[in-house]
Ligand binder design. Structure first.
Ligand SMILES: *[C@@H]1O[C@H](CO)[C@@H](O)[C@H](O)[C@H]1NC(C)=O
Ligand SMILES: *[C@@H]1O[C@H](CO)[C@@H](O)[C@H](O)[C@H]1NC(C)=O
Ligand SMILES: *[C@@H]1O[C@H](CO)[C@@H](O)[C@H](O)[C@H]1NC(C)=O
Ligand SMILES: *[C@@H]1O[C@H](CO)[C@@H](O)[C@H](O)[C@H]1NC(C)=O
Length: 624
């Protein structure tokens, strides 16, 4: 019987692998490496060999691809003797059938920036499956939770139990769930299973230096499994980092060997090279964008006692007006120093020509002229952010939905002296802001962010004092806006929100309501005696939405819009003064600083009969 089986196997070797594998077996045997190479040549076929000979045409893989698998088995065997024997008992794809699906497979293990890639896929509008943990673990579909268990935990019936359960799993089910991109554990550990049922898929290999990977992974959680195909619960802690690194590299070689070059893309965010974002976007089937999004940076997220509090910040507007220095130095860094995990989404119009506002570049005050900010691209802006936080960036070009004529009339009736065209421009600009808010919500209300706290800022908002909000003072499901500059509504320059659902509604509601419920908004605007402006519209919308709104004093939220004013080759950060001699949006300390006691100065429009100053400026010039 044994002889007969051996004969069958010999036939199979020749039939499936052709001469090269056969020769290799002979060579290995001659070298005295007993059986190892032989076993790996027979992967997949041996278990079935006693029954029938598998024709290569029934296999999802070509002979050359089987050769890749065989080489993989052999190189793992060097570190884990017997591995290829185990691999050959696997039926790749379980009971699934090979199809010609277009789902993209991620072949990279966790801790290779798969979360950043997942965020990027979602940003492009793809459905992404990525390992779920923490708060949302209960949402995992059954197929994935079963496979995750088989990957991470030892099977009660040992390795044999694990392998036969895997072989009975239908890997085609992974493609049923509306996802376009599958990433991370347990996808990478069962790459051959997924590839067997979708052999025409494109594959992305997220990668990094193998030793760095092993160290980072062990540091993260040593109960993680080894970087191995069908690891069946073997823990990383059972081996040295060097050994783990060799297994990791064997996996990378397998992927490069088995996936045709035109279907494979590798990305490495760790080696200092820049991700070719347009090429990646094209590979993911979304074309080459004119303005490249940022490749997301998603920071680690720990659970349990080590968990930090997430704090999300949405910044919308135009790249050319972007103020970042104070946002980073006086808000983001202090938050991080106070043990927050900060998530920032930039949703900025990338066009150098975009201009939606009054007091725009070129306007003169005294002998100062208004100038653009410091940035002309998201990539440039990204360099200002510290490491260790999550950063998303979307070059957002608004669709410019038509504005209801009645809204233009409402704005016009407030300032008829400025003309209809001015009202038109303002209305269009408001529509763009509402569009950007919706987009920011889409980026932020996502798995990269579990924040119960969200701060919405404008591009030109400046933070006047180091600021860490007292979150314990905020009521759940409430939206806080500055107490100043309400114009009969809700100050729309910033919003601090507690509660994820409230944030989600806030981001979506303005655009949704002005497009679909404008009648109601308009009736309420007309019937009230107050002024008709975006603040008023916002109040009506929040009330209709039953959102609780509350106010914060300037000292509790030291953030106001800023402008860059330039004279004699120097640029200063200035703040428009709205009421009286001082702007009541400025906190007490900032007011003292800006009115000259500590070096600030004020600016008047030349021929203005207005007693108050137009701007209060920081005394120290900016570096651009
Ligand atoms: C495996 O799953 C696919 C997708 O759900 C299904 O079409 C197929 O019938 C299943 N195969 C088996 C053997 O259950
Ligand atoms: C302007 O950008 C440069 C780098 O591009 C940066 O070093 C500098 O801090 C920025 N200044 C401000 C005020 O944003
Ligand atoms: C967020 O708020 C909800 C409701 O108040 C609470 O149940 C949940 O634990 C909070 N989550 C975090 C991460 O703080
Ligand atoms: C509030 O607005 C959001 C977004 O438009 C919407 O989904 C939600 O149903 C609204 N809630 C109420 C009470 O109108």
């Amino acid at each position: 019987m044994a002889r007969l089986l051996a004969l069958h196997m010999h036939l199979l070797v020749v039939k499936v692998f052709g001469q090269s594998c056969h020769q290799k077996v002979a060579k290995l045997n001659a070298d005295g490496v007993a059986g190892v190479g032989q076993a790996s040549c027979l992967i997949q076929q041996r278990a079935d060999a006693a029954k029938t000979l598998i024709e290569a045409k029934d296999s999802p893989f070509s002979p050359a691809q089987w050769q890749c698998i065989s080489e993989y088995g052999a190189s793992v065997d060097a570190d884990l003797p017997g591995f290829s024997r185990r691999l050959e008992q696997r039926h790749f794809g379980g009971t699934g059938q090979a199809t010609t699906g277009s789902v993209i497979l991620g072949a990279g293990f966790g801790t290779t920036a798969t979360r950043s890639l997942a965020a990027f896929g979602r940003q492009l509008g793809l459905g992404v499956h990525h390992f779920v943990q923490g708060h949302n673990a209960h949402e995992i579909p059954k197929f994935w939770s079963r496979l995750t268990h088989l990957t991470k935990l030892q099977h009660p019936k040992g390795l044999d139990g694990c392998i036969s359960t895997l072989n009975a799993l239908n890997f085609s089910e992974a493609f049923d769930q509306g996802n376009d991109l599958l990433l991370d554990t347990p996808m990478a550990e069962h790459f051959l299973d997924f590839y067997a049922v979708s052999p025409q898929s494109k594959v992305i290999l997220t990668n990094r230096d193998a030793v760095d990977w092993a160290k980072a992974r062990l540091e993260w959680d040593e109960t993680m499994v080894v970087p191995l195909h069908s690891p069946c619960g073997v823990k990383l802690a059972t081996m040295s980092a060097e050994k783990a690194a060799r297994l990791y590299e064997a996996h990378s070689r397998l992927v490069r060997c088995i996936v045709p070059a035109e279907n494979l893309m590798e990305i490495n965010v760790f080696d200092g090279s820049r991700i070719d974002v347009p090429a990646l976007s094209e590979f993911l089937g979304k074309g080459r964008p004119e303005f490249a999004p940022l490749f997301p940076r998603v920071s680690d997220q720990r659970w349990g006692p080590e968990a930090k509090t997430d704090f999300a910040i949405c910044i919308t507007g135009q790249i050319r007006r972007l103020e970042l220095k104070t946002k980073v130095e006086r808000l983001i860094r202090p938050l991080m120093d106070n043990n927050f995990r900060v998530i920032v989404a930039l949703v900025l119009d990338p066009r150098g020509t975009a201009s939606y506002v009054h007091r725009g570049p070129g306007e003169v005050f005294d002998d100062f002229v208004v100038v653009d900010g410091n940035f002309s691209s998201l990539q440039q802006a990204a360099e200002m952010f510290p490491g260790g936080m999550t950063l998303l960036g979307d070059p957002f070009i608004p669709r410019d939905y038509p504005v209801d004529e009645r809204y233009v009339q409402d704005l016009y009736s407030q300032m008829p002296e400025k003309g209809v065209e001015y009202a038109n421009q303002r209305a269009k600009s408001h529509m763009r802001q509402w569009e950007a808010l919706e987009r920011c919500g889409q980026l932020l209300i996502s798995p990269v962010n579990h924040a119960n706290y969200t701060l919405r800022l404008r591009d030109d908002s400046a933070v006047l004092e180091p600021f860490v909000p007292r979150l314990d003072l905020l009521e759940d499901r409430a939206l806080y806006a500055p107490a100043c500059s309400r114009f009969g509504g809700v100050n729309d320059k910033l919003a601090l929100i507690r509660g994820r659902d409230t944030a989600r509604d806030y981001f979506a509601l303005s655009l949704d309501m002005v497009r679909h419920r404008f009648n109601e908004i308009h009736e309420l605007m007309v019937s009230s005696m107050g002024t008709r402006n975006p603040e008023h519209a916002l109040k009506i919308m929040l009330d209709l939405n039953q959102t609780m709104t509350k106010h914060l004093e300037a000292d509790d939220v030291p953030i106001v819009p800023s402008k860059n004013l330039r004279r004699d080759g120097k640029t200063y950060q200035c703040f428009y003064t709205l009421t009286g001699q001082y702007n009541d949006c400025l906190p007490e300390r900032s007011r003292a600083r800006l009115t000259g006691l500590q070096g600030g100065f004020s600016i008047h429009k030349p021929d203005s009969d207005n007693a108050r100053s137009d701007f209060l400026c920081e005394g120290t010039a900016l570096d651009f």
